[in-house]
Write a protein that binds this ligand. Structure first.
Ligand SMILES: C[S@@+](CC[C@H](N)C(=O)[O-])C[C@H]1O[C@@H](n2cnc3c(N)ncnc32)[C@H](O)[C@@H]1O
Length: 231
């Protein structure tokens, strides 16, 4: 087997492609100046959330926060909760840091890395109250379905990181992905659909309308929220 083939064979299937989007000066500066305050580096040890935030509090993780507007808004609206955000898109991370500093939020910490890797290596079991996955890439072509983050092995990973009674909250504007999520979650062990079997939830008041959601609305898309409790 050629070297190139053997490399491909072992390359993990990611739920993202790194977009090349240009960084604005503000985002560059925010990353350089504010990373020490908000940023977390991937490592091979579990995060001690109590030590990190310096207090006991509800712990909420947003996977793939995009430009970070929803995360910043939630963190400001709920200063008594602590937030972890994970996103691979650097301009979005820069923008979030700028906004957090501007609004004076200290209850957020951020990884610029693959969320699956962070969950596997650094998040302790039963340490999260809520995991948020808003308008995650639908990977709508059939041959790309394997990239979808809502699939049984990742749902199980998220389940182990949630506290008993913790919530996994997904939202999407792609109907076929909503139905896929419903099927995967309904088959998953130890989760209860808060809206009742096979039903979608109303948007909870804590979830802001996100950038991708607004784009979907302009295209006439509906939105589906799914809230599942770990039982
Ligand atoms: C379609 S965008 C939605 C962004 C935002 N949640 C919103 O609603 O505006 C999905 C985001 O998830 C990020 N993403 C996908 N898989 C990820 C992963 N495994 N780790 C970190 N970020 C991921 C992508 O980089 C992208 O920015």
């Amino acid at each position: 087997m050629s070297d190139a083939n053997s490399k491909n064979k072992y390359r993990p299937i990611r739920s993202f492609v790194r977009r090349q989007g240009r960084m604005t000066q503000l985002q560059e500066r925010a990353l350089a100046e504010l990373w020490p305050r908000y940023g977390l580096e991937p490592a091979d040890e579990l995060l001690d959330l109590e030590q990190l935030f310096g207090r006991p509090a509800a712990r909420i993780l947003e996977i793939g926060f995009g430009m970070g507007d929803a995360l910043a808004e939630m963190a400001q609206a709920q200063p008594d909760s602590d937030y972890l955000g994970i996103e691979v898109h650097r301009p979005g991370v820069g923008r979030l840091l700028a906004r957090l500093a501007e609004q004076g939020s200290d209850n957020v910490r951020v990884f610029c890395h693959d969320a699956v890797d962070v969950l596997q290596r650094q998040i302790a079991d039963e340490s999260l109250d809520r995991v948020l996955l808003f308008f995650t890439d639908p990977w709508h072509k059939r041959r790309h379905h394997k990239r979808r983050i809502v699939r049984p092995e990742y749902v199980e990973l998220i389940r182990t990181k949630l506290k008993p009674g913790g919530i996994f909250h997904m939202a999407t504007d792609w109907q076929e992905y909503a139905e896929w999520m419903m099927e995967v979650m309904s088959d998953a062990e130890s989760f209860e659909n808060l809206a009742g079997v096979g039903q979608y939830s109303e948007r909870p008041s804590y979830r802001p309308v996100t950038k991708f959601e607004r784009r979907g609305q302009r295209l006439g898309h509906d939105v589906w929220d799914l809230l599942f409790k770990k039982v």
